[in-house]
Design a protein. Structure first.
Length: 159
């Protein structure tokens, strides 16, 4: 999708302040509120804006353990992959899942209330799957950077 400078400013502003009113957006983007709303609707319909969410603090919600888990499947059959995908979709502890190249087949970001809860999750929900050959876990000790902001102005805009 082709984005102009107004679209870029609008997207960057929404990433920084997603609860901005149309009037606030208009002031920042330098368009009228109705033009901002039309552009937002167009960007939503094109799938550029996928949704609006509240960003929550996991630790303040009692989820004190975060981990990156690398998962290797026993075989790359469609049936085994689908069994794993089903667990990923249903487990709320799994915040993110990526199919990757390299030593592992998938990388997950997982949260749990404590180490015991994390261990139970691994044993009960991942290692119990016949499709899973092994897992490697890295407990996150500190977060140096965690953002949902996409560098809009760095992307290609000529499509």
């Amino acid at each position: 999708m082709k984005l102009d400078a107004y679209d870029v400013r609008l997207l960057e502003t929404l990433q920084r302040a997603g609860r901005s009113t149309a009037a606030e957006l208009a002031q920042t983007v330098r368009l009228s509120p109705s033009q901002c709303q039309r552009r937002m609707k167009r960007l939503e319909e094109a799938g550029v804006i996928r949704g609006y969410v509240a960003l929550l603090d996991t630790e303040r919600l009692g989820l004190e353990v975060s981990a990156i888990v690398s998962v290797s499947l026993a075989a790359q059959s469609p049936a085994q992959a689908e069994a794993f995908h089903a667990v990923v979709r249903e487990r709320p502890e799994i915040l993110e899942c990526y199919m990757v190249s390299g030593e592992a087949d998938y990388v997950l970001k997982v949260v749990a209330p404590d180490l015991k809860g994390f261990s139970e999750f691994l044993l009960t929900h991942l290692l119990a799957l016949p499709a899973v050959a092994g897992v490697r876990s890295n407990i996150l000790l500190d977060s140096l950077k965690a953002t949902t902001r996409v560098p809009v102005s760095a992307g290609r805009r000529d499509e």
